[in-house]
Write a protein that binds this ligand. Structure first.
Ligand code: AMP
Ligand code: MN
Ligand code: MN
Ligand code: MN
Length: 288
């Protein structure tokens, strides 16, 4: 299928190589079962699942784009940048991601110490039980443990009460610089996309600064349709894509059948007035 005819692209999802619960192979099957026409696995700060995801997708007849979601610190806030269509073996990208992952272990130990002060013991060991990749312990793994331990009803409650700024268990962390993340993606032949812009607690001015600086660094896309956006945000970020001359992306941000609100391939299509990011990546798509 020509990229121009693709509507059901899902270019944001997580496997057990980061903080999802399914394997890359199980995700590929799920994507096909839900009618996805082009898929990208975008694990946090990690490309270790890319070859598996691509091979599984192609074996099922599903076109595939390489992906990753890079953690960035911008304006004192954590911002996520999705990279699409890059070479997952590019040394600069691989090294940059390795450095970005580097602080996670120490941060996890500090999170556990902070939770212990709040009376919750053994959270590090508990979170480890959910970790599929020892290099990538995340807040999500702590959240799953705290639900299992009966501290909270679901992972959303854990984040509300424990793992977000100002709450016990939250440890501030410095991630990659915006310019570095965009450069790693570009030098590896991919396109950088601002992930779920509606999730950041920015003022209008700060958001404008993010979009402008991202463009100056050579970033080219923004997620318009994503699992954490409301219908108003689909419209708002569609307008911002046009205002900043950015390509539009679409992805569920699926993590787990039990936890995620949006399943693979189930969100509304991009508005026809937008330029889909996958049309600019036609030569980077792996085809069956
Ligand atoms: P980390 O990279 O360790 O800071 O973990 C970030 C991940 O935690 C995100 O990618 C989401 O999967 C999850 N997450 C962050 N905030 C929330 C929230 N408020 N509710 C549920 N999950 C969240
Ligand atoms: Mn996640
Ligand atoms: Mn994210
Ligand atoms: Mn994500």
């Amino acid at each position: 299928m020509s990229p121009v005819n693709i509507k059901n692209a899902d270019l944001h999802s997580h496997s057990c190589v980061s903080d999802g619960t399914l394997t890359p192979e199980a995700l590929a099957e799920r994507a096909v079962a839900r009618g996805v026409e082009l898929w990208a696995l975008t694990d946090h700060d990690e490309v270790g699942g890319q070859h598996r995801a691509r091979d599984a997708a192609l074996a099922l007849g599903l076109p595939y784009l390489c992906g990753a979601e890079i953690s960035v610190t911008f304006g004192g806030e954590t911002v996520h940048i999705v990279g699409l269509g890059f070479d997952p073996d590019h040394p600069g990208l691989v090294e940059g991601l390795k450095r970005t992952r580097g602080g996670r272990e120490q941060r996890a130990r500090e999170m556990a110490a902070s939770l212990a002060q709040a009376g919750i013991e053994g959270a590090y060991e508990g979170a480890l039980k959910y970790v599929g990749n020892p290099d990538l312990i995340s807040r999500t793994h702590f959240a799953r443990h705290l639900v299992e331990a009966g501290v909270c009803r679901d992972t959303y409650e854990v984040f509300r009460k424990y793992l977000t700024e100002g709450k016990p268990g939250y440890v501030p962390h410095r991630w990659a610089a915006l310019g570095d993340a965009v450069r790693w993606i570009r030098e590896a032949g991919g396109i950088a996309v601002i992930a779920h812009p509606g999730r950041y607690r920015f003022t209008a001015n700060e958001e404008y600064a993010l979009f402008s600086e991202f463009r100056e660094h050579g970033g080219r896309g923004v997620e318009v349709v994503t699992g954490s956006h409301t219908a108003q945000e689909f419209a708002k970020y569609g307008d911002m894509a046009r205002e900043f001359d950015l390509l539009a992306s679409r992805g569920s941000d699926f993590h787990s059948p039990e936890e995620s609100h949006a399943d693979l391939g189930m969100l509304p299509h991009l508005n026809a007035s937008l330029s889909p990011v996958w049309e600019a990546l036609a030569d980077r798509i792996h085809r069956p």
